[in-house]
Design a protein around this ligand. Structure first.
Ligand SMILES: Cc1ncc(C[n+]2csc(CCOP(=O)(O)OP(=O)(O)O)c2C)c(N)n1
Length: 354
């Protein structure tokens, strides 16, 4: 038997923008100054949203909320490479992705306020509902991608999940099916180093998440998930490949969850202050700011203006959200099927009367 060296199967690691805001010009994707500003403005907007939503949860104005601080570049950078009519299958940590995908902010708040109407996709944008169960969205994405391929629409699907999600059977089924059927799908793993309290090293013995793609016969790449240019470039390349019939890609965005797992968690019970401080130095927004300052694209006045505008946009959405009347509880019965079953009618009557 010929012996293959394991290192032949190593995956690439991509970083374009380092922590000091220095950029590798040879690898830099084509982006105009206006586009770079747009990326920055979206990063700031979603961070302001994240903090506001967290505060509102603490004030009892929202239900459980899942923060994504630290992971903004994964969500904005990848969203920027997608077309509106591509299919996106997000996880619960993807509020920032939805906002970057034109989902009205008021609706995102509505969802976290317990109103499912918040997940209704805006017209002409194909955002599927957030998945709370870990891993189920990956198989849905492959189904949508395969359908697009059969229909010849040139749309692609992208699905988002954590590194913990890669231990689920669904992930492996989705990856296998995508490989066999050459489905136009991009798997985006936001490896934020923890699945609640389970650290990355206890999740898998594999050195990287990206290398899992090799077993399914397609490309996997690991990128610095706090480098928006690396995320954007890898996503753009993967999308182009998928649209041109060249199949799926797994992108592992190496990042960090700066906040608790959710509003019912306390990460200080399983993470050290030193670890948090070390990752804070890699912050995706500060890094882009450093780069933009060097290029003359950002000064204090612009920075302040972006922050103020973001705060105003979020406050406006909050005011609008708090005016929305709660949905009718009967909707739970009414909209499960196109027509209510006899049993549902009886149950509804039992609870709400005739
Ligand atoms: C099928 C299923 N099992 C268990 C849970 C409980 N649960 C919620 S989040 C989570 C950890 C997921 O970690 P990861 O996939 O790395 O994503 P992250 O939350 O870190 O973004 C678990 C086990 C769930 N939501 N769904």
């Amino acid at each position: 038997m010929p012996k293959k060296v394991l290192s032949e199967f190593k995956v690439e690691y991509l970083q374009i923008l380092d922590e000091e805001g220095n950029c590798d010009e040879a690898l830099m994707p084509k982006l105009s100054n206006d586009e770079i500003k747009k990326l920055y403005e979206m990063l700031v907007l979603i961070r302001v949203f994240d903090q506001k939503a967290f505060n509102m949860q603490r004030q009892g104005r929202l239900g459980t909320y899942i923060q994504f601080k630290g992971q903004e570049a994964c969500q904005v950078g990848s969203a920027f490479a997608l077309n509106d009519d591509d299919f996106v299958f997000p996880m619960y940590r993807n509020s920032g992705l939805l906002i970057a995908r034109k989902h009205p902010i008021v609706q995102v708040l509505q969802y976290w306020g317990g109103d499912e109407r918040g997940l209704r996709s805006p017209p002409n944008v194909n955002n599927f509902p957030i998945s709370i169960p870990v891993g189920t969205q990956e198989v849905h994405a492959v189904g949508a991608a395969w359908a697009a391929k059969l229909r010849g629409t040139k749309q692609i699907a992208a699905t988002y999940f954590g590194e913990g999600g890669t231990s689920k059977g669904d992930f492996h089924e989705a990856m296998n099916f995508a490989g066999v059927f050459n489905a136009p799908v991009v798997f985006v793993c936001e490896n934020n180093q923890y699945a609640i309290s389970v650290p990355r090293k206890s999740q898998t013995k594999a050195e990287t998440i990206a290398q899992k793609a090799i077993a399914y016969g397609f490309e996997g790449i690991q990128v610095d998930g706090m480098d928006i240019f690396a995320v954007y470039k890898s996503m753009k390349d993967a999308i182009e490949k998928a649209r041109n019939g060249k199949g799926p890609t797994l992108i592992e965005c190496f990042t960090y969850r700066m906040a608790d797992h959710s509003t019912s968690d306390d990460a200080s019970r399983y993470r050290t202050k030193e670890e948090l401080e070390a990752w804070a130095k890699k912050d995706p927004i500060e890094r882009l700011e450093k780069f933009m300052r060097k290029k003359g694209l950002l000064d204090d006045a612009y920075k302040e203006k972006v922050l103020k505008q973001s705060q105003e946009t979020i406050e406006k959405a909050v005011t609008e959200f708090e005016k929305i009347t709660a949905p009718d509880p009967k909707d739970i019965f009414k909209y499960v099927f196109a027509e209510m079953t006899q049993q549902q009618k009886e149950e509804m009557e039992e609870i709400f009367g005739k």
